[in-house]
Structures are given as C-alpha cells and as structure tokens.
Ligand binder design. Sequence first.
Ligand code: GLU
Length: 283
Amino acid sequence: MTTSDSPVVTRFAPSPTGYLHLGTAKAALFAAQHARGGQFLLRIEDIDRGRCRPEFEAAIYEDLTWLGLTWEQPVRRQSEHMADYEGAIGTLKKLGLVCPCFCTRADIANASAAPHGLIATGPDGPLYPGTCRALSSAAAQKRIDAGESYALRLRMDDAARGAGSLTWRDGVRGKQIVTPEIFGDVVIARKDTPTSYHLACTWDDALQGVTLVTRGEDLFAATHVHRLLQHLLNLPTPAYHHHGLLLGPDGKKFSKRDQAPTLRALREAGRTADEVRAMIGKA
Ligand code: GLU
C-alpha cells in the first residue's frame, strides 16, 4: 500500500517492436505527468526476442528525448532479468499452480470452438480448453525430455479459488473486484521465452517500487491477472489509472500494426515536439 505522502513512482513500459506513434507517446506523456515530481521510470519490455529490435529501442530513447521527457536511470531491460521471472515462476510451481502446455495456437482454437463454430475468447485470445491439464506429470515430463516445446500456464481455477475475493482500484472506474477467470489458464511462460507479459510486468512493477501504474484502457482486463499474481507472489498492489486510447480518423486505436503516424515521421514532416504534444492533448 502507498501512503499519500510517499513519492509517486510511475513508469512507461514500451515493447521495442516498432517506432513510437501518437498512441504510445500519449502513454509516455501520461505516465510522466502523473509522476508529479516523484519518479518517472522507463522500462523496456523486450521479452519477445523475435519481434524486438535494437533499432526500435534506440528510437524509443531518441523519440522520448525529442518529446522533452527525462526518466530515472538505469533503464530496466526485461531481457536481462529472465532469472528473476524464472524465480517467480518457481514460487508458483511450489504452490502447485503451474502446468506445462504443449498445444499450438491452432490446437487451442480448434479445441475451444463450440459445436456451432464459435470460439470462446478471453482478453488474450481463444480460451485455453485445458487440454494438457489431463496429462500426468510423468507424461508431461516425457514430452519435455523429448524436446517438445511448451508454455507454462497458471491453473486459474485453483489460483483464483485460493485467492478468494481480491480488489484493485482504478483512477477512473474506482474499486474493481478481480475476475482473472476471464483469462482461463493464462500463460505465465511462453514457448519462446521463459516468461510472459503478465508475469514480467507484475514482477517488475513491484520490484521497481511503482506506486501508480498508468497505461491504456486496452490493458484494463490484464490488471485482474496482475492483481492475482501479486497475491500469489506476495507483492504489493499499486494504484492503477487506465487512460483512454487515442483514436485515428477511422475511429480505431492507433497501433504499430497499421499506418499510425510515428513520432519520427511527424518530426521528419517538420512537426515540432510542442505541436505533437498538443495533438496528443487535444485528441
Ligand atoms: N509493454 C506493454 C505494451 O507495449 C505495456 C505494458 C504496460 O504498460 O503494462 O503494450
């Protein structure tokens, strides 16, 4: 718990998978402004080794500096701290809450399709139908020893039942009762990297003493999982503030995947940092 007189610590936690655009710049400015004289941290969430690129990370520092932001040093780069996340997963394993899963995306989509063809979906995609939970630990170990790739999932029903009624507070929507069940058996370590966004983000927010997590409302549901992980790993719960997303002219959120204007494209087109800040402020 934070007290009203302890300094605020906020963070901006981009993944270097593309150039910053107006939407991500809003998240950065929002976090920096809400530090209100406390500390503003920058964390590089680069666990996805296939999609993260050093040039995008370098561009994050350059673009944020151009926008006029400064942040605490050193910057935490998640790829350098995999042992921390493995330690946290070890704790969850000791609690008997982790199971290996060998399914591919297609296996999950096919198995979770209802007879009428609809796929049960949670905030992270198709809900895991529990296929590998039926494997005995000997059978799972045999497949691991044979070199099959696998993810680790949280046994959500056991974890949520054991946790009882948990709450967290959002600066806009107020008190929330956790409903992590909407994610099903959420992935805590991916096949390609020994952690997941949920696990690494929750761990680091606590480790870095973040007192106020600000991020876009597209990540609102994720906070239910993060609150559950805090409980299971005995971590403190910060305050949260999920802000509205910047929408493009088509009414859809700006994202790296579409042609959202990047900060560097705007800069090259002659826009000043003040103009870009004003564009974000008005949108
Ligand atoms: N790394 C996440 C992203 O780029 C943001 C994580 C967060 O703010 O919790 O979408």
